[in-house]
Design a protein around this ligand. Structure first.
Ligand SMILES: NC(=O)c1ccc[n+]([C@@H]2O[C@H](COP(=O)([O-])OP(=O)(O)OC[C@H]3O[C@@H](n4cnc5c(N)ncnc54)[C@H](OP(=O)(O)O)[C@@H]3O)[C@@H](O)[C@H]2O)c1
Length: 332
């Protein structure tokens, strides 16, 4: 089975697309510090280009990684809403091309996806599980779901019990799982660039300077997830695949920090950690018009990980705060 080819050291050459992005940066660091991975290939523009249909095949054929972790995406959800065709090209079609390049060259693939494949309309208070039916409500989610489906289609020839593998303990998993894992995550924070904690801090500082109240959306829920924690979990999946083969790893995974929060709760925790005091007011998402419609209830149920569940988001954010969330001016 192609997936078994990652066993042993020779093929533990792992490529990361979107290597300069939030997750990609953390992934390259996590993989580089893993003792069982020989070489990390960091791919990004212009070497890997989601707009170029031949880019994935050329790169994978030339560099021959054992695994490709496909983290590259057009993550500007409002941009995706304004140009759904380009969103589909970058987040859908290009993921399928990467999957085909992997299949052709005998490589495995970990495709990074999103909680936005779900519409967020469920009202029973339960998180979305890996076997729940996706139904994206925006162009970004639709394109990411297309990417998942195209990847599964490309890998179908190598094994067909993909869906059945979700949530099964390693011993009970079917043996025909293809060497493809889809890792859905949500609300990533971490360097580089302006993530939600950085943006909310900047907005709070502006509101204070202008003696204004900071509006916080209180009816949109998700799982804040530290990119470094997600990257470590993905590196563990790669190691597990190396040890036990893809029958233990293939399938859909939901990987997020523990717990969930509204945007407002997340924002207040950032402000508390940064020691910034500013009057705040809860508002509904509909008072914040934007081109894309994020899922109101975007909470994912984490799937079991060999190393146990990720820590709660508050603990991860507290660690991040010591590294990056700084008080930008004295509290008053
Ligand atoms: N951020 C979140 O909250 C979140 C939530 C759920 C799932 N995800 C998924 O997680 C993955 C990583 O997201 P992230 O937060 O790390 O995103 P990010 O910081 O925006 O990084 C995306 C990466 O993709 C690259 N990229 C963008 N357009 C490209 C193109 N046309 N060709 C080649 N590369 C291109 C970017 O390169 P440049 O920097 O050079 O543009 C960057 O390296 C994505 O698959 C995303 O859909 C993210």
């Amino acid at each position: 089975m192609p997936g078994d080819r990652v066993e042993g050291t020779a093929l533990m050459r792992v490529a990361v697309t979107g290597a300069g992005g939030r997750l990609g940066t953390a992934l390259v660091a996590a993989l580089a510090s893993s003792g069982s991975i020989d070489e990390v290939l960091a791919w990004d523009l212009p070497e890997h280009d989601l707009d170029d249909p031949g880019s994935a095949m050329r790169l994978v054929s030339r560099k021959r990684p054992g695994i490709v972790i496909h983290a590259a995406a057009w993550t500007d959800v409002d941009g995706c809403a304004r140009d759904p065709q380009l969103a589909m090209r970058r987040n859908g079609t290009a993921a399928g091309e990467m999957a085909q390049a992997c299949v052709t060259n005998g490589a495995a693939m970990i495709a990074i996806s999103t909680n936005e494949v779900f519409d967020g309309l469920r009202t029973d208070g339960r998180p979305y599980g890996a076997t729940d039916l996706p139904n994206p409500a925006n162009a970004y989610g639709a394109a990411k779901l297309a990417g998942e489906r195209l990847a599964r289609e490309a890998f179908r020839a190598t094994g067909d019990d993909f869906a059945a593998a979700a949530l099964m303990p390693p011993g009970g998993r079917p043996t025909t799982v293809p060497p493809l894992a889809i890792v859905r995550t949500a609300w990533l924070f971490g360097p580089p660039g302006a993530d939600f904690p950085q943006r909310i801090l900047a907005a709070a500082v502006r509101a204070r300077a202008e003696d204004k109240t900071l509006d916080l959306v209180s009816d949109e829920f998700g799982c804040p997830t530290y990119a470094a924690d997600l990257a470590a979990a993905i590196a563990s999946l790669v190691e597990l695949a190396g040890k036990k083969g893809w029958s233990a790893v293939g399938g859909i995974h939901h990987v997020v920090n523990g717990g969930y929060a509204s945007r407002a709760e997340w924002a207040r925790e950032v402000l508390r950690l940064a020691g910034v005091t500013v009057p705040t007011r809860d508002v509904a998402m509909r008072t914040w018009p934007r081109p894309s419609t994020p899922p109101l209830w975007g909470v994912l149920e984490p799937t079991p990980l060999s190393g146990g569940p990720l820590r709660d988001w508050q603990a991860a954010l507290a660690e991040y705060a010591t590294i990056r969330i700084r008080t930008q001016e004295p509290s008053r």
